[in-house]
Design a binder for this molecule. Structure first.
Ligand SMILES: [Zn+2]
Ligand SMILES: [Zn+2]
Length: 360
């Protein structure tokens, strides 16, 4: 079994010190927060999930940094907390930090509700998710269990006030610059400090970041994600290192962005191939990801939902049970099938080739 990740140190071109703090966000699921010492600022980028282990990891990470630098380091010394995006494994630790520090908390405004209007947002998202799962063709009993699971992972959190949003701050906080990257999460940002980029979950080293359809919430979906990849590629020009939310550092960000585009094209092509016959999103998921259970079963349904949405938006799929759907008032399972379009390959290809850095 792989050993647990450890504290790692990096230095920017201007001499700022960065420490990667490994946090066990959920059992055997690790997330990274970054403690940055620059000028007179002590900045935490992301906070872990707020679980007991994740919070303990923050405290011991600060102690280790103190030992390593010979400069005492405690949570109360934080001046700023910058959240890359509104997913619980990145902002959940705010509950623990709130009251222990006077640090100013910043987030992009499209994720503000998730952090400071959490209860309302969770209720709304659960309803939308329920509708998505019904349309995806997931049986009612499984839907209930999935929504309970979805709520459970966020139950530890309660709303915490945010001090400012990045847009309102001009996408700049001290020496840190932000770029909005919708797709993986509506208010996702990359944060740049000199030659280092904090890419959150938008670009990970080993896996395709999670995707969910825009029908659940705006500013997500594959179309948004691809456009954001292109913007990041142009904006990060000259950066030496991308530090992300879950994986090892990325040296060549452009190459990784290109690889992610390729991987997504392959997934979309596979989805089209499976849709030679009519299927629901649940039916496609069973083919693409057999033997996936627990919380991951929900994640793969969202992922396939995002692929189908992207292909449908671009005229590559049709709905085959329209009469049945029109006769229903409640959300019902939608059957999709590939349109035998002579230009299908070209449509896919051209959508990807428009994702060039020149779209900045
Ligand atoms: Zn995320
Ligand atoms: Zn994450």
């Amino acid at each position: 079994m792989a050993s647990n990740p450890s504290l790692q140190q990096f230095t920017t071109s201007g001499g700022a010190q960065i420490f990667r703090l490994p946090l066990e966000a959920f059992p055997r699921f690790w997330a990274y927060a970054y403690l940055v010492l620059v000028e007179d600022m002590v900045v935490l980028i992301d906070t872990g999930s707020g679980s007991e282990r994740s919070n303990a990891g923050l405290v011991s990470g600060f102690e280790q940094v103190g030992q390593q630098t010979g400069r005492p380091m405690r949570l109360e010394y934080l001046t700023d907390i910058l959240i890359t995006h509104g997913h619980i494994d990145h902002f959940g630790g705010l509950v623990h930090l709130h009251g222990k520090t006077r640090a100013r908390v910043g987030i992009h405004e499209l994720d503000l509700q998730t952090v400071s209007g959490h209860e309302e947002r969770l209720a709304l998202m659960s309803r939308r998710l329920g509708e998505f799962l019904a349309e995806a063709g997931v049986p009612a009993e499984e839907r209930g269990a999935m929504i309970t699971m979805y709520k459970f992972t966020k139950a530890l959190y309660h709303s915490v006030p945010v001090d400012y949003t990045y847009e309102a701050a001009g996408m700049k906080v001290g020496p840190f610059e932000m770029l909005h990257l919708p797709g993986h999460c509506p208010g996702h940002v990359a944060i740049r400090l000199e030659d280092v980029i904090f890419s959150g979950d938008h670009v990970l080293k080993r896996i395709i970041p999670h995707q969910a359809p825009e029908s659940i919430i705006q500013y997500m979906g594959i179309g948004q994600y691809l456009e954001s990849l292109a913007r990041l590629d142009g904006w990060s020009n000259g950066a030496r290192l991308a530090l992300n939310g879950h994986d090892a550092p990325i040296g060549n960000l452009s190459a990784r962005i290109e690889a992610l585009r390729q991987l997504l094209t392959e997934r979309l092509a596979q989805t089209l191939e499976i849709l030679a016959e009519q299927r629901t999103i649940a039916g496609i998921t069973a083919r693409l990801y057999p033997d996936v259970g627990g919380y991951n079963a929900l994640l793969v349904l969202e992922k396939v939902g995002a692929y189908v949405e992207y292909l449908y938006q671009r005229g590559l799929l049709r709905i085959t049970n329209m009469d049945e759907l029109e006769a229903q008032t409640a959300p019902a399972a939608v059957l999709y099938q590939r349109i035998e379009h002579p230009a299908a390959a070209l449509i896919l290809e051209s959508n990807f080739s428009t994702c060039q850095p020149s779209n900045l």
